[in-house]
Design a binder for this molecule. Sequence first.
Ligand code: ADP
Ligand code: MG
Length: 292
Amino acid sequence: AVPVALVSGLSRAAGTGVLVKGGGALEALAKVEVLVVDKTGTLTHGRAHLTSVAPVGAIAERDALRLAASLDQASGHPIARALVEEAQARGLALAPPLEVREAPGDGVTGLVEGRRVNVGGPRLMRQQGIDFPLPGPAADGQGGASATVLVAVDGSPAAILRFADPLRHDGGAILAELRACGIARVVLATGDRREVAEALTAGLPIDAVAADLDPADKTKIVVEERLRGPVMMVGDGINDAPALAAADLGVALGARGAAAAAEAADVVLLVDSLAPLPGAIRIARRSRAIAL
Ligand code: ADP
Ligand code: MG
């Protein structure tokens, strides 16, 4: 029989916008000690906006933007959505991308109007054998805190796009609240560059920053952290799905996040916010105390 306290805990969690997938998940929620948290779309809103376009090759800014946005129509990444919206706002006519391949967390590759286009981070360019000179943090007018997206066309660097993706306004307060309800260690795990991650999260109650991670690296961080105690991994993207599954408790942002993340998770936040998390932990701890 399912203990009454568990059932009432589950339904109370549901009332706060948290979907807990069963009694096992509620118990894991009560025990977590380490938080591994994703950046883009999780600690940030994932409602990025384009702040600058720097053409780096022979291609005009408009064309680089149009080709990149055409390709990124095929991606569900928060930055891809921002790029498509910006291109449409500029009145650029987007073409349908062909032969699209997405490397989750790295970027996308495909054909647009017969041209080979790559949009993503430095790892994608390395995988594609494209020598893309990276702008140093000093050249970054945003103090390094903006997401950088590289665009290559026909195997050559074409443009560097920068996106501002601000932190959730309550992110610091929620991390502090999580620490107050028993999370002893917080690790940021991001696919983004270290300079960007560190600049963005300076001042937040975070113990360690792991950057430049692909989905397998994120999973490795979770597995390593589990040696310290039960791990809760919180994320929104396809690139987080394996890490969510590897954690003692995976938590997905369901409202705007990827379906693959919600499927891999044990707990789904139904609102586009981390705010219900501390309350859900408290409910879980209380239900467990009653059920014991
Ligand atoms: P996080 O792990 O913090 O959620 P991501 O790995 O999802 O971050 O994104 C970090 C970087 O990955 C972005 O700054 C961008 O360079 C690159 N990226 C990944 N996928 C895409 C895409 N579809 N379009 C553009 N950029 C992408
Ligand atoms: Mg993310």
